[in-house]
Design a protein around this ligand. Structure first.
Ligand code: MN
Length: 232
């Protein structure tokens, strides 16, 4: 069994939750999901990583801008200090182990920030292009396209060129984290996918393939490729 660690997508009050779509997509790919408890203790996080073969960073609230050296602006959304405190050390440790990582939505933003990148705290306020990225009312529909760059890890999975994606984000990567390479852009020029060429499988996507994957086989392929990388 290939165990895949999943960080909870919701930590609120006394409830820890994860969107079932992540779990189902990993199960369909043949992996066995393990939902991690919320802890900021590096020793415990390290012990958790000892038990799994890959790490799935999920979507959710905003990274605290103080993490990338900025003041919190009114346009920033709800931040989750608990998730930041857990995921920064977890992501760092997984990177240093060269463990496969699939980073989705908040996950791609966190991955880039951990590697020294920055975010647009709100795309409408700070990026301001014509494309509407926060489309929360259509969670499972492709609402814009991305251009997948050839000769990338992502293109080896879903093919190069146009790919329809959902879009449930009001933030995005501004300055790219160190060592990352862009593998997908939306038509307005926003970074929608990254990968880390120095590692065997570190892939980030700004959209939510777990919600599209039951209907769109190319999106499920992302989870198959991730679990396959974890099996190696
Ligand atoms: Mn988008």
């Amino acid at each position: 069994m290939t165990l895949i660690g999943i960080v909870p997508s919701g930590i609120e009050g006394k409830t820890l939750s994860v969107n079932q779509d992540y779990v189902d997509a990993v199960l369909r790919a043949g992996g066995t999901p393990v939902i991690f408890p919320a802890t900021e203790d590096p020793a415990r996080l390290s012990a958790l990583l000892d038990q799994v073969r890959g790490l799935l960073l999920t979507g959710g609230g905003d990274v605290d801008p103080v993490r990338y050296g900025e003041a919190l602006l009114p346009c920033c959304g709800e931040i989750s200090a608990i998730r930041d405190g857990m995921e920064y050390p977890l992501c760092r440790e997984a990177l240093s182990r060269r463990m496969p990582i699939l980073a989705i939505c908040r996950g791609i933003q966190l991955l880039s920030c951990v590697l020294g990148g920055t975010l647009y705290q709100d795309l409408d306020e700070q990026f301001g292009k014509t494309l509407k990225h926060p489309q929360y009312d259509r969670p499972g529909d492709p609402v814009h396209e991305v251009d997948v760059k050839p000769d990338t890890l992502l293109s080896s999975i879903v093919g190069a060129g146009s790919l329809g994606v959902n879009s449930r984000h009001h933030q995005g990567i501004r300055d790219l984290g160190e060592g990352l390479r862009v593998n997908a852009l939306s038509p307005d020029g926003l970074i929608e996918g990254v990968e880390l060429p120095a590692s065997p499988f570190v892939l980030g996507v700004q959209w939510h393939p777990e919600t599209l994957s039951p209907r769109f086989p190319a999106q499920q392929k992302i989870f198959h490729a991730f679990v396959k990388a974890c099996e190696m």
